[in-house]
Design a protein around this ligand. Sequence first.
Ligand code: GLC
Length: 536
Amino acid sequence: MGRGARSLESAATEESWWRSATFYQVYVPSFADSDGDGVGDLEGVRSRLGYLELLGVDALWLTPFYPSPMVDNGYDVANPRGVDPRFGDLDAFDALVTEAHAHGIKITIDLVPNHVSYRHPWFTEALGAAAGSQERDRFLFRDGKGEHGEEPPNNWVSAFGGQAWTQVDEPDGQWYLHLFAPEQPDLNWENTDVRQDFERTMRFWLDRGVDGFRIDVAHGMAKPAELPDMDLRAATSIGGDEYFDPRFNNDGVHRIHEFFRSVLDAYPGTMATGELWTFDDERFGRYLGPDQLHLGFNFRLVLTHFDADALHTAIDQSLAAPLRAGVPATWALGNHDIWRQVSRYGDGEVGVRRARSMALVELALPGVAYLYNGEELGLPNVDLPPEAVTDPSMPDSRGQSRDAARVPIPWQDNTPPFGFSTTADTWLPMPAEWAALTVESQLEDPSSTLSLYRAALELRREHSAFSGSEIDWYGSPAGCFAFRRAPSEDDEGAGGLVCVLNTSASPVDLPPGELLLSSADLVDGQLPPDAAAWLA
Ligand code: GLC
């Protein structure tokens, strides 16, 4: 299988391929459906590798395709070393890895260590076993409070809303912890079976040739032994950094990352990116480094509105911790849990213009970029009818579920399912207005969002101005910013790319330099509002 066959020489030069890579997140259920059941699958991904190569991405992140009752769209894993029949089988996975590598595209997959599905055999065994047994010890079972144990063991709430404990329907009446849905019991990482099983899982996929993992809820896993009550205000403050939140970011988590890293280090050229919802620089930095994660998602850009000053601050803060840790920053503007950027920035035409400008900002920044499938088409959120929604999390304050950003990709044709599937009964309905947003309709149109992404990714890959792991800021008019890629002491190459963003209401002059790309046409040589430009 893949890895064993690689020569030592190619392993050495390929080892840090991820340091400036562009990853593309394939939300497997929504990317491409090869068998007509209305759900995307691995064979569908394989059939679209040509597109991904044309787009110009370096690596894929495949969201979970493991056997699962799909309560949380696969983030409820019933068997971490298999493929759910709706997504294909192991042969389809192997074929995808082999073919992606032949296209020069790396494959990374999700590792979900905080919890499993309630249909995982361990959980079934735990329910049938006595309180205090080995079987229960793989999870966090506790007696309830109150005279008859009728109250949960503590006041923790689930990230999806509601209490984080469910009482079992067994004579002992114990409760188990689930930081997400009740169908996602949390694992006890103090139990050695858990560790051994994850090592097996990682090796299973690494031996099949995967190039790395995206680690789900990488700030979770470790729980303090006494399980103290949380400050409930933390439940509504994203990242939970201001209030006492013992659910996440416990010190013990770093021993778990040390362990993941030791497994990865035996497979040169592999890596892991952690999903880290933490905004405290010191704490964030502790997740990164030679015995921790290679990369950690930074979500500050996602949480920042379209305002040059606020974005400038978010970028500086995002760079601080990774630079200190000697690892690249990891940027994202969206993913399957977050509103699509077109809708975040205002929807309609203005939302698209701003999202296009932010793509140039993201792809100009030093480090790693993660694109979420469909952002290269400028897809907005979809306002789904409530009966179509499958997401178990509570709708947000605007009444939308995460499914709004998970609608299948429109590939071609003028009507749903737009080449995504052969059935119009797709797992989430596709809006008829997406006819104008299909890959087919954008591919040859030089003004399309897809063409902008392709041009940007090509420059990012090929142009020498994109080197340099730091940035210098220029003074700029109100509502604008400009930064330049700058080399740090040990960088090779001179950098020099200048990125200008205009979030103001008036056109602005550009600094001198050769215009490489802009997200909107210049007007009389000036950069219009809601636009960004690259100069060298
Ligand atoms: C992560 C995933 C999200 C999932 C949750 C629980 O945040 O990105 O989709 O619901 O973990 O696994």
